[in-house]
Design a binder for this molecule. Structure first.
Ligand code: F6R
Length: 605
């Protein structure tokens, strides 16, 4: 989940600012610490700071750096606390390294290096890479061979970029199971450089980074490294090698720019902007995804795997697939699925849902299915060309654009829209209803001020309970997740009918309860659960619709949404819960877009 970047600048180009720009785009992957290292006058200079990137920038304000090759890192701590010593780049004498992933056998490698006299200054697994590479250099191997030997010695998942004093102005990068993209500068643009008064940077740079989006502003094409690839990057060439150091070619793609999504515009937070963007994201997702029902021909089972919010989208879709396609569907958390020897029957459609397309557990589950079955694999992703995109037989894209806020909002409702399009593909009338979702969402977004008042109530509490039945149950789970991740208030979602089997003990006159109660076929049942809650609690917020409101008791706080068809209601009901979490967090004053301990792309187990 750390973010890594490496840039080879043009002669006389100082790439410090470009490294920082890249790290800014990578900060979504972790913000416990950050650092850069550059080659300067035949030695390596390194700067590191704990906390957000702004701290590193402050440090660099007073530093005089002139380097045109460098690497950078934003950290999401795995081994060792977020301290300066544990911040990357890690160094040995002539080597600096940035790393994303986990070296599983780092203890034994460390032991052997310590025995050889290498002194460790951090608690990280990454430091073994720096010293290992150094030891190989001392043993007479070239930087490229050193990297190959290091790869052979390491177990785990990793993406690495390194600079070496003896290699000069080049970067060597390698990966196994963690993604790494290589960016290419424009070819032959001498004339343009001359026109731009010698400014070589207009052609972009050869570079490497954790994702193609980060590189998009600084290169013209990207290629994705494959497992165990090693790449040597210099100012005007990129050479890929396989694990035996045989040169290989990797397909290049034009980079995709989405500059609008990367700007906050008039909004105080990306999260609010992204919540407000949802009608557009859903419209685009509907427009670009016309589903061919033949996808389900001969399919007897659907198996869905995902993590976090994407998992909750999968849970909603189970209700849809079983009700509207009559196909038995299972939904599972990816980190559980892959380790329990799942039975994979033929004629199962395997769907992995991942906004980033890079979540390691989800990818590993997909890999497991590909290696152990003949199931057709479908990816639901937001990031094009991501690892899930490349590894799936069939891919559908949510068209939400880049999501900058760490908490998923627009990508979640876009995923739901896509899953609904799949599940409703044989139901013409309901597909028509689905087209109305953006308009309903627009109307829900106008309730923001009212939701802010309700958020006052939640912000005064240390915990909250979310309840729903049917498709509203996973929506309640997601509402609780949103609240806890950005406001740090403990929140739990429950199936409303399950309360009496234990969780009801949590209810007292203080704890806020958010009950999702649209006027659907489960209305009466949910309303009974409301009575049970009312008998024991006081702070109850009911989210219902125009028809449901008429049947609600007076003692509850009501948020009234438009009447919508129950098949599409989950998408619409997700939105007030996002706003409730957002306003609660802003009242409390947390860092909404960069909540503590989290990262947007989870590339470790
Ligand atoms: C929560 C959130 C996470 C992600 C999860 C999976 O707001 O965003 O729970 O949903 O880490 O990420 P993707 O969808 O990228 O696989």
């Amino acid at each position: 989940m750390c973010g890594i970047i490496g840039i080879v600048g043009h002669s006389n180009e100082n790439i410090q600012q470009k490294l920082l720009n890249g790290l800014e785009r990578l900060e979504y992957r972790g913000y416990d610490s950050s650092g850069i290292a550059l080659l300067q006058n035949n030695s390596i200079v390194r700067f590191r700071a704990v906390g957000k990137l702004s701290n590193l920038k402050k440090l660099l304000d007073t530093a005089i750096i002139d380097g045109h090759v460098g690497i950078g890192h934003t950290r999401w701590a795995t081994h060792g606390k977020p301290t300066e010593n544990n911040a990357h780049p890690m160094m040995s004498k002539d080597v600096a390294v940035v790393h994303n992933g986990i070296i599983e056998n780092h203890k034994e490698l460390r032991f052997s290096l310590e025995n050889d006299g290498y002194v460790f200054t951090s608690e990280t697994d990454t430091e073994v890479i720096a010293h290992f590479l150094q030891r190989e250099l001392v043993n007479g191997f070239s930087p490229l061979e050193s990297m190959r030997n290091c790869m052979n010695a390491m177990d785990g998942a990793f993406a690495i970029a390194a600079i070496f004093v003896p290699l000069g102005n080049k970067i060597i990068a390698a990966r196994r199971k963690s993604s790494l993209a290589v960016g290419f500068a424009e070819k032959n643009c001498t004339a343009r450089i001359e026109k731009a008064a010698g400014d070589a940077s207009i052609c972009g740079n050869m570079c490497v980074g954790s994702d193609a989006g980060t590189l998009s502003g600084m290169c013209h094409e990207v290629a994705y490294m494959e497992d165990d690839d090693i790449v040597e990057i210099s100012e005007d060439s990129v050479v890929f090698f396989d694990k035996n150091l045989h040169p290989v070619t990797r397909k290049k793609y034009k980079v995709h720019q989405d500059s609008d999504s990367a700007k906050k515009g008039e909004y105080s937070h990306f999260m609010l902007k992204e919540i407000m963007d949802q009608p557009t994201a859903i419209r685009k997702t509907l427009l670009h995804n016309k589903i061919d029902a033949s996808l389900f021909t001969d399919i007897e089972r659907i198996s869905i795997v995902a993590c976090g919010t994407s998992y909750y989208a999968g849970m909603v879709s189970k209700y849809w697939f079983e009700r509207f396609l009559k196909i038995p569907t299972s939904v599972e958390i990816a980190s559980e699925f892959r380790y329990r020897d799942p039975i994979l029957e033929d004629n199962t459609l395997f769907i992995s849902i991942s906004q980033s397309g890079e979540t390691l557990d989800t990818l590993a589950a997909l890999e497991y299915v590909r290696s152990n079955s003949n199931c057709k694999t479908v990816g639901i992703v937001n990031v094009k060309n991501s690892a899930t995109d490349r590894a799936s037989d069939v891919v559908f894209y949510s068209e939400a654009g880049i999501e900058m806020g760490v908490a998923s909002t627009k990508t979640y409702t876009a995923q739901l829209t896509l899953l609904a399009s799949l599940a409703l593909c044989k139901k013409e009338f309901l597909l028509q209803q689905l087209q109305n979702v953006p308009t309903f969402c627009e109307s829900v977004l106008t309730l923001s001020a009212q939701i802010k008042q309700l958020a006052e109530l939640i912000s005064r509490s240390s915990s909250a309970i979310y309840l729903g039945r049917g498709t509203m149950f996973p929506i309640a789970l997601e509402g609780a997740l949103k609240l806890k991740e950005i406001s740090y208030i403990h929140a739990e979602g429950f199936a409303a009918g399950e309360m009496k089997h234990g969780p009801i003990a949590l209810i007292d006159e203080h704890v806020p309860i958010v009950l999702l109660c649209p006027n659907n076929e489960l209305f009466e049942k949910t309303a009974s659960n409301l009575q049970e809650a009312l008998a024991r609690g006081k702070n109850i917020i009911v989210i219902t619709d125009v028809d449901g409101e008429k049947k609600m008791p007076n003692e509850v706080h009501k948020l009234v949404l438009p009447n919508v068809h129950s098949a599409i209601a989950p998408i619409v009901y997700a939105i007030p819960l996002q706003l409730l979490a957002y306003h609660t967090a802003t009242i409390i004053g947390t860092d909404v877009d960069r909540p503590r301990n989290l990262a947007k792309s989870v590339t470790v187990e």
